[in-house]
Write a protein that binds this ligand. Structure first.
Ligand SMILES: NC(=O)c1ccc[n+]([C@@H]2O[C@H](COP(=O)([O-])OP(=O)(O)OC[C@H]3O[C@@H](n4cnc5c(N)ncnc54)[C@H](OP(=O)(O)O)[C@@H]3O)[C@@H](O)[C@H]2O)c1
Length: 280
């Protein structure tokens, strides 16, 4: 399988999104974030994933202002938090995000978690932002098949992506097939399981076989499963390492070995449990 760092998906509304991006959750220290973003841009990352909940949209916006990158050269995703859901609340949250990011148009706006009580009001607001051209594409995060079934009954616009927890311990294979049928891109959050999977002997052995690190093996496995990735690191050497996954390929046997690591263990909440806690 020939893959390259500049590969993009053509989303179901026709726009292009880089397959391999950079996540910035927990990057709040200004200096460390700046160094990480500079390294990421230099290495060639062009998709940056943030959220109002990460409290770093302003820093990301400041970086774009001074980076020398042309607006068409980077793709920004952000999301409204759970206490910002609802029709008016979402419109207000977007205005704040847009201001902090200092962008006329945000590339992709996501519903961070499926919150049942304001489910359609939030999506109506997101659709309005899309209709008005303030966002180039709209999508969801942490939606399981039953949430998407519910959304599709009343939505005018189908989400372009679903960003969900996905790593070798929690590969989300069934949801992947469902998303494929709907032409919704599967994007993995915590693609490295927040580092929890990296000591697995299978990954160490496959790393030795290919002359790669466990993290590189995992990220390559995602791409070969046709899953978009947004690994986070604030360590320049790792940011480079996570990008250097285009000079080798896993064979079918390697892929099956990785598939067998599935334990069903998540690093975070199940979406419907998160909903119960979503007053936060
Ligand atoms: N939609 C959602 O609900 C949701 C939830 C969680 C995350 N996300 C998004 O997904 C992105 C990625 O997820 P994540 O940050 O939770 O987890 P992750 O990318 O799976 O893992 C990040 C952790 O792995 C370490 N790491 C990164 N590269 C490594 C390497 N090559 N070798 C060893 N360790 C490495 C990082 O350490 P250092 O930083 O210290 O290098 C950090 O501790 C987030 O930044 C965010 O944008 C979305």
């Amino acid at each position: 399988m020939t893959l390259s760092f500049s590969d993009t998906y053509r989303l179901n509304n026709g726009i292009e999104m880089p397959k391999h991006g950079f996540g910035v959750y927990k990057l709040t220290d200004e200096k460390r974030m700046r160094t990480a973003l500079e390294t990421a841009a230099e290495v060639g990352y062009r998709l940056f994933d943030t959220a109002s909940f990460y409290h770093n949209e302003k820093q990301l916006g400041d970086f774009f202002q001074s980076s020398g990158l042309n607006r068409n050269d980077f793709f920004v995703t952000t999301k409204m938090w759970n206490n910002e859901q609802g029709y008016d609340e979402t419109l207000r949250a977007f205005e704040q995000s847009q201001k902090k990011l200092q962008l006329d148009q945000v590339d992709l706006y996501l519903v961070h978690w499926p919150k049942q009580d304001t489910f359609f009001e939030t999506w109506r607001a997101v659709e309005k932002l899309y209709d008005e051209g303030l966002v180039r594409a709209i999508g969801v995060s942490n939606f399981e098949a039953h949430h998407l079934d519910r959304l599709r009954k009343n939505a005018n616009v189908l989400p372009v992506i679903d960003q969900v927890e996905t790593h070798p311990y929690f590969p989300n294979h069934l949801l992947h097939r469902y998303l494929e049928e709907l032409h919704i891109v599967h994007q993995a959050w915590s693609p490295l399981g927040r580092g929890s999977v990296l000591k697995e002997p299978t990954l160490i052995n496959l790393g030795q076989k290919h002359g790669k690190t466990p993290a590189q093996i995992v990220l390559r496995w995602h791409l070969q499963n046709d899953i978009s990735i947004i690994p986070k690191s604030e360590t320049p050497a790792r940011i480079k390492e996570n990008a250097a996954i285009y000079d080798f390929a896993l064979d079918d046997k390697d892929m099956h070995q990785l598939d067998r690591l599935n334990t069903g263990e998540r690093v975070s909440h199940a979406p419907d449990v998160m909903y119960i806690r979503s007053e936060v």
